[in-house]
Ligand binder design. Structure first.
Ligand code: G4P
Length: 288
């Protein structure tokens, strides 16, 4: 899946993070709880060194709670790394973030210096929604269009914490074709950048293996066809997406499946597990 990640913005983000990272006490990396591996930014891991990091698994209201728990355990097993599942749609879960920062950076708080926290995340993970909630005012633009922060923002969020918003645009870790598909399924990649039927077929293939009952129940399918494309055809027939002559309008069926997944009509679904991603990484490493 070929995607243009706006190299100009990426370069700016990389340069500015490099410039400030030595002054930062803690990094908050916002991830999409449905795809915690694919929504990571590879540069953060590279530039971070030994700095403490909290992986915030946002949109946990859309993800499978059991799988999110596995991801939390997985990230916490890494050095200097904490992890927290939240949903920026409610204030309640976000209230855990500041105390967690203070647990980690005890030194600065004791000395009365403000804690400097860098917040980073690829577009659409909910970074702006979280920043606005922490600041208790609108300081970052939210919405589905990837907004680009033009310059470094320092935001005093009270409680002795200064938040540094990363300028430019951070790109996701598309280290495999699977990651590209998962980013497309969850809406991190704009629909104009991919073929709807291709991505929806991938999703149907995944659901057959990982969430077959949800697929059967939602679309009243007694049997699941052997390929994702055929499942899309079955969904299209069930939903009356038909052209004259009875041919299925596959793009309409694809749109239905993708929309209903994103709106949790099929239930809360995660698109990757730690075990799956570790196996994929091993396969990639073997090829190199
Ligand atoms: P970004 O800065 O990382 O690019 O993301 P942003 O905060 O703009 O959020 C992108 C979209 O994700 C927004 O939806 C936002 O409401 C939604 N979102 C953020 N956090 C959560 C969450 O925890 N759960 C769910 N379900 N959605 C979340 P939008 O449709 O573009 O905007 P709006 O109509 O909600 O305003």
């Amino acid at each position: 899946m070929a995607i243009n990640w706006y190299p100009g913005h990426m370069h700016k983000a990389q340069k500015e993070i490099k410039d400030i990272i030595s002054d930062i006490d803690l990094i908050i990396e916002v991830l999409d709880a449905r795809i915690p591996n694919s929504s990571e930014n590879p540069m953060i891991a590279q530039l971070r060194g030994e700095k403490p990091c909290i992986k915030i698994l946002n949109k946990s209201d859309l993800a499978d709670a059991d799988t999110t728990a596995l991801w939390i355990e997985h990230f916490k097993s890494h050095k200097n790394t904490d992890a927290l599942a939240v949903t920026a749609k409610t204030q309640e879960s976000l209230q855990k973030i500041i105390p967690r920062c203070k647990d980690i950076v005890v030194r600065d708080v004791e000395e009365g210096k403000p804690m400097r926290v860098l917040i980073a995340g690829i577009p659409n993970v909910g970074k702006s929604t979280i920043i606005n909630a922490l600041a208790k005012r609108i300081v970052a633009k939210t919405g589905n269009e990837p907004a680009v922060t033009k310059s470094q923002q320092r935001i005093n969020i009270g409680s002795g914490i200064t938040l540094f918003d990363t300028p430019g645009m951070l790109w996701p870790k598309i280290h495999s074709e699977d990651s590209g598909y998962r980013l497309a399924v969850t809406g991190a990649i704009k629909e104009t950048a991919f073929e709807l039927d291709d991505v929806a077929s991938y999703l149907a293939d995944y659901l057959v293996v990982s969430y077959p009952e949800q697929l059967k129940t939602r679309y009243e399918l007694e049997e699941l066809a052997p390929s994702g494309y055929e499942i899309l055809e079955d969904i299209g027939r069930k939903r009356g997406c038909l052209r004259s002559g009875g041919r299925v309008e596959i793009n309409k069926a694809a749109k239905i499946l993708l929309t209903e997944l994103r709106e949790t009509v099929l239930g809360r679904i995660s698109m990757e597990t730690p075990q799956m991603c570790m196996a994929e990484q091993l396969a990639i490493d073997k090829k190199l």
